[in-house]
Design a protein around this ligand. Structure first.
Ligand code: FAD
Length: 443
């Protein structure tokens, strides 16, 4: 089941012997980190095991939102919105970013009160967000019969094209001097006196003084090989896109049964607002305790499944040698089979509330694995036990929108510059230093 078509980025041929920083992973987080570092004059090599942006970063819904974020992410997301505004100019390419507004509908008065009180998180950021009554929603979307108590409308939120953004950022990083290597898995890190001295890729070694692991759903496997415990779960979300359709909403809309976004091609990306699948895999047992609170708070939106993925991951080596092929070479692109039932049900529910979608034609379906942490916010952090090693991962279903700012923050940490926002909430050590792990908002 191929994923969406992603703007191709052709990898560079020559493997450098040495550089300042190796970035592992060519999703939006790795590409944004590489761009920031290259713009600061560092010699950067980005290694991607498959193609740029082919996993989560091209399979997502395209929402660039601050609305309803975990308050700990809000300052970084405010910075991200500012960066998105200038990203086309900065990269010299089209990322499809547009501040088209996002509406979260609320089915009950309790939800409405919760969304209204969430707005206080925006006070420091001068970002417009207001409540809509059911009547006002009806006036905005005549013909809609979606029942609701009201909605939260954030006109400053936006959308972008997931199949274009990471490639645009990677090309911009290359224009600033970064080397971009595709089909080049990193098998491991090398240390000297306990600190990073290089990486081993499938094409050979690269010496470097710093490494950023931005490996998405693979980060836990990679870091586990080097004794770093990174609790991570994979949650599968299924998506469909329609052919171009006239007369549908311009704004991005979340409702309990569907989430929709108008794409640049005039079609819509449609998914369920609340249905995800968790494949039970060996890591599920390893991290069950760490994830118990999030599983409790999210259980309504999760379907657990024991299937082929369990055995795929059971067969996957966890302790490979540097002179043998690593699991990353055997899995160039994580491409799960979408749940047709979940995606099609979302479209049917959408058509029941917005009749214009009754004539929507499905162009494609796909799925992606979301990498989730126990508190559903990312790790953007140095690794204390290995000086020079850094991790930017675990974006828990919200990494596309925040990606450009996460790259900036990671680059600040790598270079020792004052961080663009306080990174304390994102430190890796929170999972091992006895800190209370709090879930504020879900996946
Ligand atoms: C269906 C779906 C809908 C979503 N919707 C939204 C949304 O609307 N808005 C939003 O903000 N977020 C959304 N997200 C989340 C968002 O897509 C992710 O948080 C974000 O893309 C994560 O980026 P990343 O760079 O960390 O990971 P990825 O894009 O997964 O990139 C990681 C890359 O690392 C590579 N890699 C891993 N290990 C190695 C190695 N050892 N060597 C070399 N390369 C390696 C992988 O091949 C991969 O390309 C959604 C996700 C999904 C799946």
């Amino acid at each position: 089941m191929p994923g969406p078509y992603v703007v191709p980025v052709h990898g560079d041929e020559a493997l450098p012997d040495a550089c300042d920083v190796v970035v592992i992973g060519g999703g939006i987080i790795g590409c944004s980190t590489a761009l920031e570092l290259a713009e600061r004059g560092l010699r950067v090599t980005l290694c991607e095991k498959g193609g740029i942006g082919q996993e989560q970063s091209s399979r997502n819904w395209g929402w660039v939102r601050i609305a309803m974020r975990d308050p700990r992410e809000v300052p970084l997301m405010a910075e991200a919105l500012r960066i998105w505004d200038g990203l086309d100019k900065r990269t010299g390419r089209d990322t499809g970013f547009k501040r088209s507004g996002i509406i979260f509908t609320c089915a009950t008065d309790k939800e409405l009160a919760d969304h209204e009180s969430w707005r206080s998180n925006l006070q420091a950021h001068q970002i417009e967000s207001r409540m809509l009554s059911a009547g006002e929603f009806g006036e905005m979307f005549p013909g809609s019969s979606l029942g609701m108590a009201g909605a939260l409308y954030t006109p400053a939120d936006g959308r972008a094209e997931p199949q274009k953004a990471a490639p645009a950022i990677a090309e911009a990083a290359r224009a600033k001097g970064a080397t971009i290597l595709t089909e080049c898995a990193v098998r491991g890190i090398e240390t000297s006196g306990g600190a990073i001295s290089g990486v081993i890729t499938e094409r050979g070694p690269i010496s470097c003084g710093a490494v950023v692991l931005a490996g998405g759903a693979w980060s836990s496997l990679f870091s586990g090989r080097f004794g770093i415990d990174l609790p991570q779960f994979k949650v599968m979300n299924s998506v469909l896109r329609t052919k171009p359709l006239e007369g549908g909403p311009e704004q991005t809309i979340w409702a309990d049964d569907f989430a929709i976004l108008k794409r640049q091609d005039g079609g819509y990306t449609v998914a369920s607002g609340h249905e995800n699948i968790v494949d039970i895999v060996p890591a599920s047992f390893r991290y069950a305790k760490a994830f118990l609170p999030s599983l409790k708070s999210e259980w309504r939106s999760l379907s657990f499944r024991l299937g082929g993925r369990f055995f795929d991951e059971m067969r996957m080596a966890r302790n490979w040698q540097m002179d043998e092929a690593s699991p990353f070479e055997y899995n160039r692109v994580l491409d799960p089979v979408p749940s047709k039932a979940m995606a099609d049900k979302a479209l049917a529910k959408l058509a029941a509330s917005f009749p214009v979608f009754a004539k929507a034609e499905i162009a494609q379906r796909w799925a992606g694995y979301i990498d989730v942490t126990p508190d559903v916010i990312p790790v953007i952090s140095a690794v204390d036990s290995i000086p020079g090693f850094h991790i930017a991962t675990g974006f828990s279903g919200h990494g596309f929108g925040i990606g450009p700012a996460a790259g900036r923050l990671m680059a600040d940490i790598v270079t020792g510059k004052p961080p663009v926002v306080d990174p304390t909430a994102f430190r890796l050590s929170r999972f091992s230093d006895g800190s209370k792990i709090e879930i504020v908002r879900g996946v």
